[in-house]
Write a protein that binds this ligand. Sequence first.
Ligand SMILES: Nc1ncnc2c1ncn2[C@@H]1O[C@H](COP(=O)(O)OP(=O)(O)OP(=O)(O)O)[C@@H](O)[C@H]1O
Length: 342
Amino acid sequence: MTLLQLEGVSVRFGERAAVDAVDLAVAEHEVVCVLGPSGSGKSTLLRVVAGLQQVSGGRVLLGGADQAGVPVHRRGVGLMFQDHQLFPHRDVGSNVSFGLRMRRAGRSSYAAEVAQLLELVGLPGAQGRAVASLSGGEQQRVALARALAPSPRLLMLDEPLGQLDRGLRERLVVELRGLFSRLGTTVLAVTHDQGEAFALADRVVVMRDGRIAQAGTPLEVWQRPASEFVARFLGFENVVPAVVSGTGAATVWGRVPVPAGSPEGEQRLLIRPAGVALCAAGLRCEVVSRTFRGTHVALLLRPEAGPVLEAECGLAGAPAVGDRVAVTFTPAEVVVLPPPTP
Ligand SMILES: Nc1ncnc2c1ncn2[C@@H]1O[C@H](COP(=O)(O)OP(=O)(O)OP(=O)(O)O)[C@@H](O)[C@H]1O
């Protein structure tokens, strides 16, 4: 069942639309991550759903009910923002119970619930600790416990792990995913980190200039970026003009095989780095750089013609900088990008 529905939502600041006629539905128990470059309207979209920002047009429905005029505290949504806004002079327990007091005024003790929530976020027994004594990651967990405390029907996260270092972010993302699926929480999260979004989300929504550039499962978006913008935003750099005919395309890098049924004529072609294969004979290139990536080596190649090419290869036998190599292309990793919409 749909929990959150945005219908043609627009937010204007003066002449400029920060959010431009956005339609989006989030199902119950679904985790949706909104991704996009800085200024693309992600936070504004979240603020609209929370009731912190008025719309200039369109409707926000929660559980089928139009939220026009419904204040923040009556929407039943939980918010966790970038700077996690804990009360620095209160201990962990009273920070978490704040979330409960908001919901059920009048009760004197929330000790059992607080203990359970701290257990849930991996900080058992931390009730009495001073907020200032916690690490960044621990503070993030307390903020999460506080946001989860009132059992919001929709949990909204704005750059939830933005301040943390990469290692901690990667660990917390896995924990969050497990937690949300155990609790069945419906989540709308905003991040500019695609790795975080892809690890956390059932569905990602890529925004550009206040509009949705693409929405789909992480796999769909990764495998079939809907435009050159999305492809480049995902970090794919091998995009070139091409003329497609039959099973191949003429490009500055020579003839590149394309998947069967690709649209013909003048197109833009994306070749994922995994589709650039080192071989004995093919497009000749010089290795400009190589970067160890744990499971593979990322190569930057300068071909005899055309722009630099990103490639990947196994750890064993990876060429060195300055080596001369040859490459061919694998059609399964080639995507004919849809033409840009005006
Ligand atoms: N209160 C405001 N008044 C005027 N312009 C605003 C206001 N809030 C946001 N904007 C503008 O709206 C656009 C979208 O901003 P928003 O914060 O939603 O983007 P974002 O995608 O969340 O960016 P970031 O990743 O940098 O946080 C930006 O151009 C921003 O300058």
